[in-house]
Design a protein around this ligand. Sequence first.
Ligand SMILES: [Zn+2]
Length: 689
Amino acid sequence: MSQWYKKSYFRNLVDMHIPSGEQNLENFDAEKYAECMAIAGVDTAYVYASNCLGLCLFPSEVGFRHTITYTRDIFGETVAALRKRGIRVVGYLNSWCAEGARRHPEWQITNAGGGHAGDAGRFATCCLNSPYRDLFHSLVYEMVSKYDIEGLWVDMIGFYMPICVCDWCKAKYKAETGYDLPTTISWTDPNYLRYIQFKFDTVSTYAQGITDAAHRAKPDITVSLQCASWSNSYLTGLGNDYFATMDYVSGDFYADRDATDIVCRLLPNLSQNNPFEYMISRAPDLAYHTAIKDKSEILLQAYTAFLCGGSFLFIDAIDPDGGLNVELYKMMADVKRELEPFFKTIDYEASVLRDVAVYINFDSYTDRRSENRPAAELGNFCGVIREKLMTLNKALSRAHIDYDILTEKNIDELSRYKVIILPDLYRMSQSECEKIRRYVENGGRIFVTGCSSALSTDGTNKDKFMLEDVLGVKYNKFVDRVPVYMAPTEKGQKFFEHFNETYPAMFTEAAVTVDLAADSADVLATVTYPFTDARNFHRYSSAISNPPSEKTDIPALVYNKYGKGASMYSFAPFERSKTVCNYDIFATLINSLINENGGAIFETDECQYLEHVIRHSEEKKHYTVSLLNYQNTKKIAPLYNVCFSLLLDIEPKKVYTNLGTEVKWEKRDGKLYFDVARLDIYDVIYIEY
Ligand SMILES: [Zn+2]
């Protein structure tokens, strides 16, 4: 297998979603295109061989052809012009196909509520169970066979419909399972669960078919597929098996700091190989055809990818006549000049040292309120996991707690962390719960919220925590009453800086109530309710707010020792909280769990802009601390005298920054203290021992 992606950090993709007909790429100049890449210093160019309309930009004998290809081979010309300049080429294909849907209306993905995804015209798509499936696999084989490329990248793969009721899906589902398609969402109905698996399988086998076709054509070629819709997995059908079909995971994101942070902490753990690929567009969103982001924003996103051991790709979009704005490429040449000294610091072989991991699974990308709704409405309840992670990132990064995001693929790696967070993981499998139980038994600490483990993935365990013994609490009932208050007890007061029994901490989400289930369980806070529900507009104790009123003995926050470890259970979802005070309580609780399990490896009093990642290379006998000053402004103010400590039992021989400046350090109380004189945006501190 080609390993080019392990030493390529500055890549480009130019979107070419141009229809046939008017302004149909008639002024496209492959030499100018390749020259733009050379100006920016792009080492690998991802080039369109087909677009989202399903139009091929080369004279395909298999796929639908863009009209320009009757006189020219746009893709072939571009590949040649890039190769001439020594730039590596990855062929791009798009799985969407409006042209296929137009010519074969019966191939369209069909909504259970009536109509087709295809009715959207330019966004029409074909069902992956229709004959389009084979056509696309043949197209992959044809394109990869014909052209001198080192990689294949396929965009927009997914189901993109809560449930497709086309004839192909109906027939295939019946043939494979013996059942008709379900009509209602139910996480305990075997037929609905079977359908969700059918959807995951449809997409993962389609993806595997792409990889197989590419390898039949060129055994050494790398294959990567769009992974940006990971957070909508029930809707798009991207599950665990999907990410295993490609060499490295990759996705384009239109992201602020929190979204960038979470993706760069998740993708390396989903990827079969690293570096993963972080793609951004040159505009805030490619709908803004003429916009270019600030250079500082692009740098921050690229550095976040480097911070987390990834590679970087920027996306441009072509003009309908085939032109490109050369000014972007001149600016990207400046960006590369700033990034380049850090290419050599990316070491994905080194082990990353993090105290905390957030564990998520693809089974909990839903909301319990979806139960018994029509199957066609599933989309309204997806995407909740991204929201949760964004909130957790706010809380953890403000407190300088670096963390990983793990999925089922990483379930056997839990012992690497001092604390594992389970953010209201509604659906879990018995085997996941067993691994988490063993982790705690052996000394691990878990922080668990809401309905985590209350429903088994096979639907047989409902409204009972499978982790009851570990948590020391048992599920009572789900109470749809908001807001809810968490009032600290005497034992728990130390975690609640600004709150107490009279002024408890408020959460705006509905919560589960629990009873104690173990003698070892300590109640750190209890539940307090307001006078009436916030949605009651006629009876209230205060018109604007809903102050605490009804104190209860219901446990709200419970600490429980289990085996050599311990758990902390919160009835309220911290991961959906919107207030900074709740982030602070959360960070205090997580830090207390870290401290009872060995202590934090990294500590600092620096401002919240500072992000860090620590790595260890046993082979190179050094630790590195990557530091990022994430201020999303046009002019980033440098941070002076950035001080931090590391809990490491080593004798450093030499400590310096990537650019060669020495770093002051000293050892006291079993810790190493460092003082970095100035941090502009990004730097990597080397600690040789
Ligand atoms: Zn279908």
